[in-house]
Design a protein. Structure first.
Length: 130
């Protein structure tokens, strides 16, 4: 009985660690993945008050249907829109962005976070507002 007090915690720890599942090293089949052609755009000069519309083209490089769940922008000067339809593997689509330089001056480096059912991507754009 005296030895059971010492061996029981050790045996319990051994059992729990042997039951732990290992995470796979590579992406499993059936995972969507968004891949953008460009992730960092630069506009040389924009006059204060001008607006600029641009697009980020992307492809579903995964093996199952991709859905954009949410897009978050860094500031109120940027709006985004996208087709809410599913994107099948191998298909391409675009994320549209509208930038308004009203009440802005100087170098602006903003980001856009794209959340999908597969992965998360951070996009960047830079504008020199004069």
């Amino acid at each position: 009985m005296k030895y059971l007090r010492y061996w029981f915690p050790l045996l319990l720890l051994l059992m729990l660690t042997s039951c732990r599942q290992q995470q796979p090293d590579k992406v499993l089949d059936g995972t969507p993945e968004i891949t953008f052609e460009e992730t960092d755009l630069t506009f040389l000069e924009i006059f204060e008050g001008e607006t600029r519309d641009f697009e980020y083209k992307f492809t579903n490089t995964g093996t199952s249907t991709l859905m954009i769940l949410d897009v978050q922008v860094a500031c109120g000067c940027t709006l985004s829109s996208w087709n809410h339809s599913p994107v099948d593997p191998g298909e391409t689509s675009v994320l549209k962005v509208h930038f308004d330089s009203s009440r802005l001056r100087g170098l602006k480096h903003n980001f856009i976070d794209v959340f999908t059912n597969g992965n998360h991507v951070r996009l960047f754009f830079t504008a020199e507002v004069i």
